[in-house]
Structures are given as structure tokens and as C-alpha cells.
Design a protein. Structure first.
Length: 409
């Protein structure tokens, strides 16, 4: 078996893994680093099939480029396949707005979808001489670990979360001889999630009872829906805005056992008001206590409009619940207290607080997962501090690949 990372080896984002065994060539993901402008993997190399772990742009953002001169089959869970299109089409819109070079067009997305083959968890597919089976990765709805089996077997986790949330059950270990695993939070440890949720609820209640409003910048996939479920029992007026609404409707319309409880999500969504247009947006702050809105890193979307309206209100708050990538508006707000809104610097007087609701496994969770998979060798990727896991894995052969370097075992 030969493995070559076209991206995502020693960095977080733009994951692209080419795998060769016997006469079969496949690839896992082909994403971007969503910076300004986006960073893409090394050029696509022809394969028979591409396997998608989940629909975040750092795993799918470059996929349409693979279909400009070639038509490999594309394998994904039903929910991942349904979720990809709005993200990819939004990428084209951002290229237009920001003036970035257009790396792909809508025709490429349409070609990609002509080649999609969907499955549920546990359903095996045959590609050349390989058998490929998806298992829940616990990261976002539809996210998959893929196990590839032929003369030897390999488990690729993609992004991984092993704890249970309101929205999803955590990933369960799958035995494998070889393991490629993300290491985003190597060396970092998460606070107990239920304690975070309890503190979050207390702070939301405190702000609202004091006459303020709470703005929750939220990732469209997974985080928007989880926050709505957390808020559903609080007897508050809650609204949701942005692409999260589109993704929510996709989640509710896609059967297949991808959610912990589709009925509970439906109930939570029913308690919130979906903001669908500028007229509703204009009245949203006056009519609601909490607004869950994209984008999660505050680089665009309705969130900036709401913050601008409340910027001078010290009773109101911005609560961040997800990692803010360097160079984003959200990171700027944390580090300097300043946001860029419509080209102008704005320093909100609002309260700012971070609640760690990461959908990535922490250091201890990664180590525990690896030991339960019990592979012969561990390949660490998708992390900037991968080496911090090595001393926690003394009984395993650990490989730290670099982008562009092929290795075999």
C-alpha cells in the first residue's frame, strides 16, 4: 500500500490523501484552507474513486477541480452528498465577491454530482480490488470514517469526535491494521462538554434577563443545529439565520439514521424562527432574545449585520462556540476586539465570551480512540502539533507524513 498526502499532512485543512494498493488508486477528500485567498492541495492525480469524509470546505472545497478533465466515482454518505452542494456553490459566490481566481465553475459541480454514489453507515462499496465501508465519525451529521480493505486494511478517520452531543452520537472505534487519524487537537484538552453547555445556558439567561440580546455566530453544519437543540428548553425567543437554515432543512429531509434524534431536532427547529429575507432580518433583533446565525467565523453572512446593530449595547453579547482560524474576523475580535464590517473597523461594546464546543476529539480522546482501534501503525495528519501525540503512543509505529511525499508499507 502506498499513501501520498496532496494536502493536510502537517497542517489543518486542504486534506487530500491518495492511496494505492494492487491495481487500485483512490483518494480521500480534496479540500481547501479557507483563507483569503483559499489554499488548495497539490494538483489532482487521477484515481478511480474519491471518498468524502464530510462536507466542510477544508475537506471538499477543491473537489470540483477533480472533475474538469476526469470523472472518477465519488463516494459519500447520503447526508454528506446532500450537504455539499450549497457549500460548493457558496464558494463560487465568494470567489466572485472577493475577486479571487475562479478555480471551478457550476458546470464542474454538476459533473461531480453526476458521479456521486451514496451509502449509509455500514454499507460496503467495491472500487477495483478494494472494499470501502463508511462508519460514523461523530464530527457533523453524515461525517464518515472510511475503512478500506484488500490485502491489508486501512481506516481513515477524517475529522473525528468521540463524545455524544445533543445532535450526534460519538464515533466508535473500528479495528484496523493501519490508521490515518486527524490530530487537530494534539496536545490540547477539552473541558467536559456538559459543563460547557451548562455554563453557556447560564450566561445566555444572564444576558437576556439583564435586557440584552445574544448573537451566536455558528457554523452552518452541525453547530447551528446543536445550538438550537441546547436552547430549545430555555423558554427564550430564538431565531436562526443564514446558510444554517438551508443545512437544517437538508438534515431534516434526509433519512438514514445520521442524527441522534431527528424528531428532537425537528422539535427544536420548530421552537425557533427561521429568518428568510431582509424584511424578517430587520425585525429580528427587536423580536428575539437570541439569534443563531452564520458565519461561524464572522467573515460574512447575516452575523455582521446583527453585530453592527448591537455594537454599542454593552448589555448584549457575542458568544463564540467554535475555533476561529487565524486571519478571520472572529480571530481578530478575540485578539484585538475589532471586527471588519463593510471595510471599516468596528469595536463592539458587546460582551464577548468563548465556549469550547469543538467537534474535534481532544488529545486524551485521540489517544483512547487509537488504543481501541489498536493498529500496527498510526499515521497522524491534519494537525500543526502532531508530534505531541507521539509520547502518548509508545507501543505503536507512528508516521508523520509531509505533503507531496509518498510512503509505503
Amino acid at each position: 500500500m502506498k499513501v501520498k498526502f496532496l494536502g493536510g499532512a502537517e497542517e489543518v485543512g486542504r486534506l487530500a490523501i491518495k492511496i494505492h494498493e494492487s491495481n487500485t488508486n483512490i483518494m480521500v477528500d480534496y479540500g481547501v484552507i479557507p483563507e483569503k485567498p483559499p489554499e488548495y492541495p497539490l494538483p489532482y492525480e487521477k484515481v478511480e474513486g474519491i471518498f468524502v469524509t464530510h462536507a466542510h470546505l477544508d475537506h471538499i472545497g477543491g473537489l470540483p477541480m477533480c472533475y474538469q478533465s476526469h470523472r472518477p466515482d465519488l463516494y459519500a454518505t447520503t447526508l454528506t452528498a446532500s450537504s455539499m452542494r450549497p457549500m460548493l456553490e457558496d464558494s463560487i459566490k465568494i470567489m466572485d465577491i472577493e475577486g479571487y481566481p475562479k478555480r471551478f465553475a457550476r458546470d464542474d459541480i454538476n459533473t461531480l454530482y453526476e458521479m456521486v454514489l451514496t451509502s449509509r453507515y455500514g454499507d460496503a462499496s467495491q472500487v477495483g480490488e478494494m472494499t470501502a465501508t463508511p462508519y460514523s465519525a461523530g464530527h457533523i451529521p453524515g461525517s464518515s470514517m472510511w475503512k478500506f480493505e484488500n490485502n491489508m486494511n486501512l481506516l481513515v478517520t477524517g475529522d473525528l469526535y468521540t463524545g455524544d452531543t445533543y445532535l450526534l452520537n460519538g464515533a466508535k472505534p473500528v479495528k484496523a491494521e493501519n490508521l490515518i487519524i486527524e490530530s487537530t487537537y494534539a496536545g490540547k484538552f477539552h473541558e467536559d462538554r456538559q459543563q460547557v453547555v451548562n455554563r453557556f445556558r447560564e450566561r445566555v439567561r444572564e444576558v437576556v434577563d439583564n435586557g440584552g440580546k445574544v448573537i451566536l455566530p455558528a457554523f452552518a453544519m452541525g453547530r447551528t443545529q446543536e445550538l438550537l437543540m441546547i436552547l430549545a428548553t430555555m423558554d427564550l425567543k430564538v431565531a436562526s439565520d443564514g446558510m444554517g437554515n438551508t443545512i437544517t432543512n437538508i438534515y431534516l429531509d434526509t433519512p438514514g439514521g445520521f442524527l441522534r434524534s431527528r424528531s428532537e431536532l425537528r422539535r427544536a427547529v420548530g421552537r425557533a424562527r427561521q429568518i428568510r429575507n431582509n424584511r424578517m432580518r430587520a425585525a429580528a433583533i427587536e423580536e428575539n432574545d437570541v439569534i443563531v446565525t452564520t458565519s461561524g467565523m464572522m467573515d460574512g453572512g447575516p452575523v455582521l449585520r446583527y453585530v453592527q446593530e448591537l455594537a454599542d449595547d454593552p448589555k448584549s453579547a457575542i458568544f463564540l462556540t467554535g475555533y476561529q482560524v487565524e486571519g478571520t474576523n472572529g480571530r481578530s475580535l478575540i485578539e484585538t476586539g475589532i471586527l471588519n464590517i463593510a471595510g471599516a473597523p468596528v469595536r463592539p461594546s458587546m460582551q464577548l465570551e468563548f465556549f469550547d464546543m469543538s467537534a474535534h476529539a481532544g488529545h486524551d480522546d485521540l489517544v483512547s480512540f487509537i488504543k481501541q482501534v489498536d493498529p500496527q501503525r498510526v499515521i497522524l495528519c491534519h494537525g500543526e502539533q502532531r508530534e505531541k501525540l507521539i509520547e502518548s503512543l509508545p507501543d505503536y509505529e507512528v508516521i508523520l507524513p509531509m505533503n507531496g511525499q509518498e510512503f509505503e508499507f
